[in-house]
Design a binder for this molecule. Sequence first.
Ligand SMILES: Cc1cc2nc3c(=O)[nH]c(=O)nc-3n(C[C@H](O)[C@H](O)[C@H](O)COP(=O)(O)OP(=O)(O)OC[C@H]3O[C@@H](n4cnc5c(N)ncnc54)[C@H](O)[C@@H]3O)c2cc1C
Length: 445
Amino acid sequence: MLRLVDSIPVSREVDVLVVGGGPAGTAAALAAARGGARTLVVEQFNCLGGVATSGGHGHISRYSEGGTERQVVGGIADEIARRVVASGFGIRNPHGIWFEIEGLKLLLEEMAGEAGVDLLYHSFFCDTVVEDGKAVGAVVQNKGGRNVILAKRIIDCTGDGDVAFRAGCPFEKGRESDGKCQPVTLMFTIGGVEWDKVAAWRKDWWMKETWEKAQRAGDMRPYQKVIMGWWWTPTRPDQVGVNFTHVTHVDSTSAEDLTRATIEARKQAYETIEVYRKYVPGMERCHIVSTPSTVGIRESRRILGDAVLTEDDLKTQREFEDAICYGSFFVDIHCIDGPGMDKTAWRPPSGFKYQIPYRIMLPRGVENLLTAGRCVSCTHLALGSIRVMVTCIAMGEAAGTAAAMSLEGGVTPRGLDIARLRSRLRGHGAILSEQDIVEWGHGRT
Ligand SMILES: Cc1cc2nc3c(=O)[nH]c(=O)nc-3n(C[C@H](O)[C@H](O)[C@H](O)COP(=O)(O)OP(=O)(O)OC[C@H]3O[C@@H](n4cnc5c(N)ncnc54)[C@H](O)[C@@H]3O)c2cc1C
């Protein structure tokens, strides 16, 4: 007989359900499946990678300590970097990887296949089934209708914390003073670029004077005043991924806001290439190759956990007994009310790195549920750093490993022996503390 939960049919039962196949979700699924758990990823789009792929972003950072070349992230993040290079899809330096987006999609699916991860694309998570304070399943909507996937452990890697939110977990959103979030950006890829000329011309990263000149001449609306990133790799020499559009005051949990932001950002992208053609040597004949499936979201719900990582923890480089990885990116806050960077962005000194405690991935009030990636428990400013992809991958690996180990040991993720978790992560090449750190080029290239 067909099993029903609240009159919705049950389509599958798995050990670990990962909701969202972005950097955090991909790593969580790989780690859980490698740990012996029957693992399924539910993803609304048609690929793994999240912002890196369906968000159109061809760059992942940051592997190294601030200002040095010491590697502070290993494990699955390092494996992805090595395989991107080995497969000819991109390049790597001590700080990050630059890659072809289509290549990364293929590579992540290969890795999932090898690990035995099941994938379910074109499926939108819409509700959490909670019984006696435990997350036991997820309601998913797809072409087959509405169905329930039952799971012994669920890892929320939706970026927006959708699963934990629907389970009733407490959360915060945006900056503490008014709840407003960082702007969103529609990445886009341009072709027809002569990169050598561009590289020879550009004097600095931001190129502020160029956009100011264009705006004074009436060639550009003031949606942006600095370049946030031109991502180039020699594997697609005439193309550049552009991080430039900026739409403020968007709540990514509102479909209306996302629609408005997408329409405005696509308009900005087309306006931007006119400016590039006129003002940037080497881009005279550039054209739009693609805009991605979704605007990139920098900030939304932060699901409150057993610990909350704060900017003070980052700035004092606080150590934690339950550290599961390091973060090392600067506190990257884009201006919340206009173009450019926010005055609260913080550039750390050389040697910057901070430990991330396991407890920020344990949502309050519900068992058998973990979070990983952008939706973990932290403050608005701490999120400015922790949200970068390498850090999300490292958190995902820890969450997936913990989910599988908790099943193996018959305990809840909250009841897991942290020393054993840390030892398992280390065994897989993760970097958790000073003793694990290696110099670039010594063992991890
Ligand atoms: C414009 C921009 C530029 C950035 N630049 C950099 C950079 O240079 N370097 C860097 O390392 N990081 C960068 N970041 C940060 C980084 O990309 C994100 O913070 C990171 O991808 C978060 O990872 P995640 O796995 O938590 O979430 P995401 O990457 O957002 O992945 C979440 C996944 O969950 C899926 N999902 C969400 N909700 C549902 C649902 N209800 N049902 C089914 N699936 C769902 C999404 O489709 C997506 O695949 C940038 C971010 C943006 C937006």
